[in-house]
Design a protein around this ligand. Sequence first.
Ligand SMILES: C[S@@+](CC[C@H](N)C(=O)[O-])C[C@H]1O[C@@H](n2cnc3c(N)ncnc32)[C@H](O)[C@@H]1O
Length: 220
Amino acid sequence: MPRRVARSDREEVLQPAIARYLDSLLPSRDPVLAEMERLARLEGIPIVGPACGRLLALLVAVSGARRIFEMGSAIGYSTLWLARAAGPAAKVYYTDADPRNLARARAFLRRGGVLPRVKLLEGDALALLRRTSGRFDLIFVDVDKDQYPAALRLAVPRLRRGGLLVADNVLWHGRVAAKVSPGDVFTRSILRFNRLMYAPKELFAVIVPLRDGVAVCRKA
Ligand SMILES: C[S@@+](CC[C@H](N)C(=O)[O-])C[C@H]1O[C@@H](n2cnc3c(N)ncnc32)[C@H](O)[C@@H]1O
């Protein structure tokens, strides 16, 4: 069984004081994002949070991404950041295996004003990417961590040249830099993902050590 991270050991990579300082700088969010953040806190839903949400929005804005595929969308929090940044002409693919998440995401995305630009897909994100034709400007990976290496292999050929592969949790609560037990499939998968990301010449990879680590790669 892949090792899931218990809530109590969900410390972030940043020193707590630095994380608090960064949070203190963040402008308040609109009522929809704020409600999603409250729900995530209440139910322990692992959303990217506002600092990484802003990073996603910035990446969309500077790259001009319009066709976006998200792998692992939960209640649609990161989807809302991506879809707002991409504008009304965008098409953002939401994917999640849990139908309850999808129903909640639909309601939030409607209230957030972006539902017409979002295609909601239920099922396995990797299978859904295989079934969705065409190339993407940006693919965001946030599925279960044991699936990261397969997600990368699948996603890179589906990006246009100059497109971005973005992935959350690539520092995995600091475990990437600690001794890894043989049964810790999630950490081993993240380590493999990070090596795969830096290896090929066609990818230019950077890890931003924000929150739990965000990978950003540009496909040449
Ligand atoms: C970390 S949460 C996503 C959070 C979301 N990206 C955000 O920041 O708002 C991961 C989600 O991916 C879903 N998931 C995990 N593996 C999946 C897979 N292979 N296919 C589809 N959904 C998956 C889970 O149901 C969960 O809701």
